[in-house]
Design a protein around this ligand. Structure first.
Ligand SMILES: [Mg+2]
Length: 283
């Protein structure tokens, strides 16, 4: 591993294990097609070099599993904007704290459970006469139509465990009223390109720190890289050693200000490949 990167960091002779925390939509995956073809060759090289690649996304467990399978990744992952960390049961060989076991994972839960979020949403809707629809109120076909996902992907997006996705109906004024009411009910929301994500207690940054500490326990010392494209990636980028911001199409950076942020000249996966090749000397 080598290559001096222009942020005062000399990677020459760095022997520490590297962990890459990466957003998916518009970062590792193409903004329009959700394809991971661009990053596949580099990911194969990184896996051989022992670099860990940890997806950290607003997507659900089922959605992330799909891409992990496509790319052959086995590292833990962070789902639903930091709602939970999913760790293969045999991945860390030491004892650590987690809240439950699900499928093949130990799950560290940071966010409120989906059913409880839904209950809070229903109460806020009734109390204030709000007009919104969550994925839990929609069929797979409705989600597919609304998001442009195919039916199988829409099904995976509906398998929510720690957050709800909302389509809020009404004018800008009604929208603001709805969001104010949700806030008053103790629900956190963030705005996507069209839909809103609602959760309680989830935090991408906290999730990255918790997982990074487990990696430190495993290897003693690690270098962490974070890659994202949007404001909702900022908490993740703020807690890694090397934060990288890729461009959004047609070729601009979101307004994120961090002291050591590397704004790479490349859109989504192209920027991902460019920056990671520089940092890991895998060109
Ligand atoms: Mg993104």
């Amino acid at each position: 591993m080598g290559v001096e990167v222009n942020r005062g960091v000399d990677w020459q002779g760095v022997e520490e294990k590297m962990v890459i925390f990466t957003d998916l939509d518009g970062t590792l995956l193409d903004y329009y097609t959700y394809s991971c073809d661009v990053v596949r060759p580099l990911i194969n090289k990184l896996k051989k070099a022992g670099v860990e690649i940890v997806p950290c996304s607003s997507k659900t467990r089922a959605e992330i599993e799909f891409y992990r399978w496509q790319l052959g990744l086995d590292a833990p992952f962070i789902a639903e904007n930091g709602g939970a960390i999913f760790i293969g049961r045999d991945y860390f060989k030491f004892v650590y704290e987690y809240q439950r076991q699900a499928g093949e994972y130990n799950v560290i839960e940071l966010g409120m459970l989906y059913n409880n979020i839904r209950r809070k949403l229903d109460a806020a809707r009734q109390e204030n006469g709000l007009d919104f629809k969550g994925f839990g109120d929609m069929s797979e076909a409705e989600v597919a139509t609304l998001t442009g996902l195919d039916m199988a992907s829409a099904g995976r997006a509906r398998q929510r465990e720690y957050s709800e996705t909302l389509d809020i109906i009404g004018s800008e004024v009604e929208l603001k009223h709805t969001l104010d009411c949700l806030k008053a009910a103790g629900l956190d929301w963030s705005r996507g390109s069209r839909l809103f994500c609602v959760a309680v207690g989830s935090d991408k940054g906290v999730a990255v720190e918790v997982l990074a500490n487990l990696y430190k326990q495993k290897w003693g010392s690690i270098k962490t890289i974070g890659v994202g494209d949007s404001p909702n990636d900022e908490p993740m980028l703020a807690v890694v050693d090397f934060p990288i911001l890729v461009q959004k199409p047609p070729g601009y950076w979101e307004n994120i200000k961090l002291p050591n942020l590397y704004k790479v000249n490349g859109i989504g996966p192209d920027g991902w490949v460019k920056a990671i090749e520089e940092l890991t000397d895998t060109r």
